[in-house]
Structure formats: structure tokens, C-alpha cells
Design a protein around this ligand. Structure first.
Ligand SMILES: Nc1ncnc2c1ncn2[C@@H]1O[C@H](COP(=O)(O)OP(=O)(O)OP(=O)(O)O)[C@@H](O)[C@H]1O
Length: 289
């Protein structure tokens, strides 16, 4: 049995990101969605309800939950790409109302500009987020970040000329180059074969350790969450999805893959998460029949 999430206000005071009683209601009016919901007229869909979470500085947090529960919705609210219908999200005491340079975002599809080289993609982000830098300073910052992700040699290549894994590393370099307090990642490693994915996971860890910022990662992979995170946020299924539990992982760093298979504490958490996802997914499937 999984316990309730601890309300944000009961946690210690040095929080960086505060999510307070957040709810999100969508008005569904696209014909295909209405068709799926077997509705004719526009309908309200309560995606998130009463979401509370505190994320302290320098913490790696993964969000896991059944498909369609609202993980991306929550990440978009933190990114400021959308606004909550109720509640509020504060970053260092400032209410989030729009995207800002204090948050870097990495999506699954990289969102690179194809007509710009890898370096130009990063320079563009630096110039936009940090207009006080001179052109040569922006170029230098961009170069440093491409170096950080091991892509110095690919700096002058266009997105169409590099592999998907490399594109994702450019996207990570771009997100980090604006010096965000928070790095938000929406299933960035999903498309990759296990070997590439494993390599990118190591890269993400190395970059996080080098940068000391907070990361919020959405993932479908329990192993990935166990390998990378300090905390795992477990969401319940929608509608009215919320945080079911926040699990603090044992502070084993650096964390080898074998730890997840062999350390009894990790094995227990893995079983619990598998059971939760299985039950929630089954309930979603049953509800849709
Ligand atoms: N703009 C929107 N309008 C209407 N409904 C939406 C909108 N965006 C998301 N939803 C609904 O909100 C719910 C949560 O969607 P969301 O994409 O956040 O889930 P998710 O957990 O990220 O899904 P997945 O794991 O499949 O990526 C879904 O039922 C989705 O259909």
C-alpha cells in the first residue's frame, strides 16, 4: 500500500521549487479527443488536482506515473508554458507565470532549429536568455557547453548531419547554457536503443554533477528513475491525478547500475513502483473499455 504524499508545507524551509495545491482543468474541444471520450460538446477535463511538492536546491527528481496521468502537464506548468487553473508554483519565492531563463527545457524531440549548426543553436539560446553578454562572450559560453556534452567536434554540423543522441546532447547543452536554476526534461531519452540510452543516462548524471542544479525528469522507466534520482515523485492516474507518494532514494552516489539490481533497498522500491504502475495502468485500461 502506498502512502499519501507529504504536503509541501510540512517540509523544511530551504525549498527552491514549491508547488502548492496546483490543479489544471482543460476544456476539451478537439473533435478527435471528444470522439475518444464519446462526447459531442466541449467538456471539462480535470487533469491535475491538489498537487503539492517541494524540490530543494541541487536535487535530481524524477516524475513517474501511468501513461496520460498528467506528467507533461505538470512539467509544462513548471516551465511556465501553461498556467495552473488553481494553486501556484514558486521558484525561489517568485510565482511562475511564463517561461524564463531560470528554467531550461529538454523535450523528447530536441526542438533544434534545423537551419542552424549545433553551435549556432546554442548561441541563439545564450543570446536570447543573456542579452547582456557580448557576441564573443555568448559564443564562448556556447562552446563551453558543447564541450561539456562532448560535442566540440560537431559544433559546425547541422542537426540533419548528426545522430539523434547527439541532437539530444545539443538540446541539453542549449538548456544548460542559459544557466538555469532548474533543468526540466520531458522523456528526453525515450527514443534510444538501450545502449545509447544507457550512455545518455551517464551523460545526464555527469552533467548534473558538474552543474549542481535541480533537475525534474519525466520518465516511463523505473530503472532510469532509480539510477538517476534523489527523489521519485509517483503520480496517480487521471482524471484528477495527483502525487501519490514521494520516495527519497538511498544516498548512494555515484550509483552504479548494479546497485539497482543488488541493493535490497533499491530492489524493494523498484517492486513497489512496478506494482503501482501495473495497478494504475490496469485501472486505466478497465475504465476505457
Ligand atoms: N491541451 C489539452 N487539452 C485537453 N486535454 C489535454 C491537453 N493536454 C493534455 N490533456 C489531457 O490531460 C491528460 C494528461 O496529459 P499529459 O500529456 O500531461 O499526460 P502524461 O502523463 O505526460 O502522458 P504520457 O505518459 O502518455 O506522456 C491526458 O488525459 C491528456 O489527454
Amino acid at each position: 500500500m502506498i502512502s499519501e504524499a507529504v504536503p509541501a508545507k510540512e517540509e523544511t524551509g530551504q525549498a527552491q521549487l514549491l508547488i502548492e495545491q496546483v490543479g489544471k482543468v482543460f476544456t476539451v474541444n478537439s473533435p478527435s479527443l471528444l470522439d475518444r471520450l464519446r462526447q459531442r460538446s466541449p467538456k471539462r477535463y480535470v487533469a491535475l488536482e491538489d498537487v503539492n511538492l517541494t524540490i530543494a536546491s541541487n536535487t535530481f527528481v524524477s516524475i513517474i506515473g501511468p501513461s496520460g496521468c498528467g506528467k507533461s502537464t505538470l512539467l509544462n506548468l513548471i516551465a511556465g508554458l501553461d498556467l495552473p487553473t488553481s494553486g501556484q508554483i514558486l521558484l525561489d519565492g517568485q510565482r511562475i507565470r511564463s517561461p524564463g531563463p531560470d528554467r531550461g527545457i529538454v523535450f523528447q524531440n530536441y526542438a533544434l532549429m534545423p537551419w542552424m549548426t549545433a553551435l549556432e543553436n546554442v548561441i541563439f539560446a545564450v543570446e536570447t536568455a543573456r542579452p547582456n553578454l557580448s557576441k564573443s562572450q555568448a559564443r564562448e559560453v556556447a562552446r563551453e557547453h558543447l564541450e561539456l556534452v562532448g560535442l566540440t567536434k560537431a559544433a559546425d554540423r547541422y542537426p540533419g548531419q548528426i545522430s539523434g543522441g547527439m541532437k539530444q546532447r545539443v538540446a541539453i547543452a542549449r538548456a544548460l547554457s542559459i544557466r538555469p536554476k532548474l533543468l526540466l526534461m520531458d522523456e528526453p531519452l525515450v527514443p534510444w536503443m538501450p545502449s545509447t540510452r544507457g550512455y545518455l543516462q551517464e551523460e545526464v548524471l555527469r552533467i548534473w554533477e558538474a552543474n549542481k542544479l535541480s533537475v525534474v525528469l519525466i520518465t516511463h522507466s523505473i530503472d532510469e528513475a532509480l539510477l538517476l534520482s534523489d527523489r521519485i515523485v509517483v503520480m496517480s492516474r487521471g482524471p484528477r491525478a495527483t502525487i501519490r507518494e514521494v520516495i527519497d532514494l538511498p544516498a548512494v552516489r555515484p550509483r552504479q547500475r548494479s546497485v539497482i539490481e543488488e541493493d535490497e533497498r533499491f530492489v524493494k522500491i523498484k517492486l513497489r513502483l512496478e506494482e503501482h504502475l501495473f495497478n494504475e495502468t490496469r485501472a486505466v485500461e478497465e475504465a476505457s473499455v
